[in-house]
Write a protein that binds this ligand. Structure first.
Ligand code: TRP
Length: 345
């Protein structure tokens, strides 16, 4: 097997306001991975338009994801931050992958079924082919590690299947063009820590989500004020029992599980550790500690996001520079793909 240089790729869709789930479930981990990998963090605007986006909102949301990457501590000079549509090789490789992936594979994708809902006939073709574009995002950089939430595991498995099938289908050509035994690595999912899935504050069984049609009280936005955060946590749904002193006591208590997970993730502790401290306490006491730690961590990031959002020129320059550097990696990979597949030129 060919050895591949280790590289991280991940992406976030610009399709709404950034919230605590995006931060704990993804960006905080992206920040950590910078010290051990060379990382590419993308704003996946082409994925966003698989469901209709207002163009002005899309521009704003794209800049907001970029601002959040920077505010959270991603260094765009040591690593790469850019928006997907600026590097055409993503779409070009995605087409080749449309011809590698099988209809049967895509038919098994649960996210398509969830997002398309009852009216699959009316979903965009892009929504259906979404996982192929995601595979292209990763493999156009031959990335080896992909930090993602639990809900993206199936898509990542599909990326591996696509890489594997490409390597097999073109094995002879890969060898003949001097690319050894395998052209694409099989990218590894890096599934994230305790609060991988931050759930709604109003319903511990549904994911905290910006597109949640429910009330704003379900979701802590990164640009929320300290007062907003305190109010949302105070009003968060709980159950009548006290905080348990060990994780077994969280069984069947989705809201308690969620709040304990958020506390653990924000404080860099394990859930066990948090429960040992708060076991036996009432939710009111726990919530007040949770509120303090959330405000301490999130408000400074929110302030920096706001500052950056007022400096559009700077954000756009970061994205353009990132796109240039991303293209330098993607272009030769795609050029080899063209050779391998048999495209002239
Ligand atoms: N599908 C991912 C999500 O919704 C976003 C995404 C697009 C992505 N391309 C990617 C994540 C490549 C990791 C790697 O969260």
């Amino acid at each position: 097997m060919t050895a591949f240089e280790q590289r991280v790729f991940s992406g976030i869709q610009p399709s709404g306001t950034m919230h605590l789930g995006n931060y704990l479930g993804a960006i905080a981990r992206f920040v950590e991975m910078q010290s051990s990998f060379s990382c590419i963090y993308c704003v996946v605007d082409m994925h966003a338009i698989t469901t209709w986006q207002d163009p002005g909102q899309l521009r704003k949301a794209t800049r907001e994801v970029a601002a959040t990457y920077l505010a959270a501590g991603i260094d765009p000079t040591q690593h790469i931050v850019f928006n997907q549509s600026q590097v055409a090789e993503h779409a070009e490789l995605a087409w080749v992958f449309n011809c590698v992936a099988r209809v049967g594979w895509l038919n098994r994708m649960t996210q398509f079924k969830d997002k398309a809902g009852k009216n699959q006939e009316n979903a965009s073709v892009g929504l259906y082919a979404y996982p192929n574009l995601m595979a292209a995002d990763i493999l156009v950089y031959r990335a080896t590690h992909v930090p993602v939430g639990d809900d993206q595991k199936q898509h990542l498995e599909l990326s591996r299947d696509i890489a594997q099938k490409f390597n097999n289908d073109f094995a002879k050509s890969i060898k003949e063009t001097g690319h050894g035994e395998a052209f694409f690595p099989l990218p590894e999912p890096v599934i994230m820590g305790p609060a991988t899935r931050v759930m709604s504050l109003r319903d511990g069984t549904s994911k905290m989500s910006k597109s949640d049609s429910g009330s704003d009280m379900a979701c802590i936005y990164l640009t929320d004020s300290a007062d907003d955060i305190a109010r949302k946590i105070r009003k968060a749904k709980t159950d009548p029992d006290a905080i348990p002193s060990e994780t077994a006591g969280l069984a069947g208590r989705p809201e308690a599980t969620n709040l304990a997970g958020i506390f653990a993730a924000l404080s860099g502790r394990t859930v066990d550790d948090v429960l040992q401290e708060f076991g036996g306490a009432q939710f009111s006491a726990f919530k007040s500690a949770l509120s303090d730690i959330t405000i301490e961590r999130i408000v400074p990031i929110g302030e920096e996001i706001r500052r950056l959002m007022d400096d559009r020129k700077h954000i756009d320059a970061v994205l353009a520079d990132g796109a240039d550097r991303a293209r330098e990696i993607a272009a030769p990979v795609y050029k080899s793909v063209k050779k391998i597949v048999g495209f002239i030129g």
